[in-house]
Design a protein around this ligand. Structure first.
Ligand SMILES: O=P(O)(O)OC[C@H]1O[C@@H](O)[C@H](O)[C@@H]1O
Length: 310
């Protein structure tokens, strides 16, 4: 047994603050994994020299390619250092959107990356994974224990408090977003509408909304992930034509690559809010208590439990 006690949480450099928030919420010890990036692009990974039987890795998998290699190095090393049961807490789970071969010859990344993660880890905890055609997290990532959490209750409480007495209207930009916007609406009895999206390329997106009286209302665009922000930007432009009182954006996973935030602002979006699955200036909702509640009690990480989908 190491000096850390069982149920140690290990954080990577870019996510140490979030790993510490999780450790505090879960009442567990926390330590850092040190990374050194060599000039040629390889990474040296260093873990604490002794590990307890149960170890939790905290890493959100935005910008995932180098992170995945480093995770593999860390997970394999953890087992040689004495860990027997490895849990990955990945608030944002990468490669979930490529869930089929959209053209002949394409890799089905969801299945391939999911199996890699299941080779390295025994358990996975994630938040609002982009499961669209494949609904079961354990089918995408076949670990022994797969826990799918949702930020939608936190989002609903945030919107209800922010717009108390103002009767906000939640708006999902497309059919894929309906599972989230409907859950947010249901939690606080809010009203919602969903648009129709056609995507022709990474940044070539069209969004239309069926006729609905939106003039003078506070509109909150809700989605799981904003990547280029194109979906939300185009949706906001369409909504702005309805002369609402305001347009805001609320997402679980704020990737917001490139000029996404500036484009949203130019489209008339007054505020952008997110959960802290990825560190970003828009973070307003903290996921640590939700993630902590999903961790097995320290010392019991090696239990075999069924997959959980919440
Ligand atoms: O339009 P960007 O921000 O690039 O991509 C994010 C969108 O693409 C969908 O899969 C997501 O659910 C979201 O609606």
């Amino acid at each position: 047994m190491s000096g850390y006690g069982d149920g140690l949480i290990l954080g990577f450099p870019e996510g140490m603050e979030a790993a510490q928030r999780l450790a505090q919420a879960a009442g567990r010890p926390c330590a850092a994994i040190a990374l050194h990036r060599f000039p040629d692009g390889e990474t040296r990974v260093r873990l604490p020299a002794e590990l307890p039987p149960g170890v939790v890795f905290y890493r959100s998998l935005d910008d995932p390619n180098a992170k995945l290699v480093e995770l593999a190095l860390a997970a394999r090393t953890a087992r040689t250092l004495g860990a027997r049961h490895l849990t990955l807490v990945a608030p944002y789970l990468c490669y979930m959107r490529q869930d089929k071969a959209f053209a002949a010859g394409e890799a089905v990344s969801q299945q391939i990356v999911g199996r890699l993660l299941a080779d390295w880890f025994d358990a996975l905890i994630t938040v609002d994974p982009h499961l669209h055609r494949v609904h079961d997290l354990a089918a995408a990532v076949p670990v022994t224990r797969a826990v799918r959490l949702s930020a939608t209750d936190l989002m609903a409480d945030f919107v209800a408090e922010r717009f108390a007495g103002a009767d906000p209207l939640l708006v999902g930009p497309d059919a894929e977003s309906e599972q989230w916007v409907a859950a947010v609406a249901a939690h606080r009895g809010l009203d919602y509408r969903v648009g129709v999206k056609a995507r022709r390329g990474d940044r070539d997106v069209e969004v239309r909304f069926p006729p609905h009286a939106m003039g003078g209302r506070h509109l909150v665009l809700v989605d799981d992930v904003a990547s280029t922000g194109r979906t939300l930007t185009v949706a906001a432009r369409a909504l702005a034509r309805q002369r609402p009182a305001s347009i805001s954006v609320l997402v679980t996973h704020p990737l917001f690559v490139g000029e996404a935030l500036a484009q949203l602002e130019a489209a008339g979006v007054a505020a952008v809010w997110s959960a802290d699955s990825i560190p970003h200036p828009s973070n307003r909702l903290t996921l640590a208590p939700l993630l902590a509640a999903a961790l097995a009690p320290p010392g019991r990480d090696d239990r075999i439990s069924p997959s959980i989908t919440t």
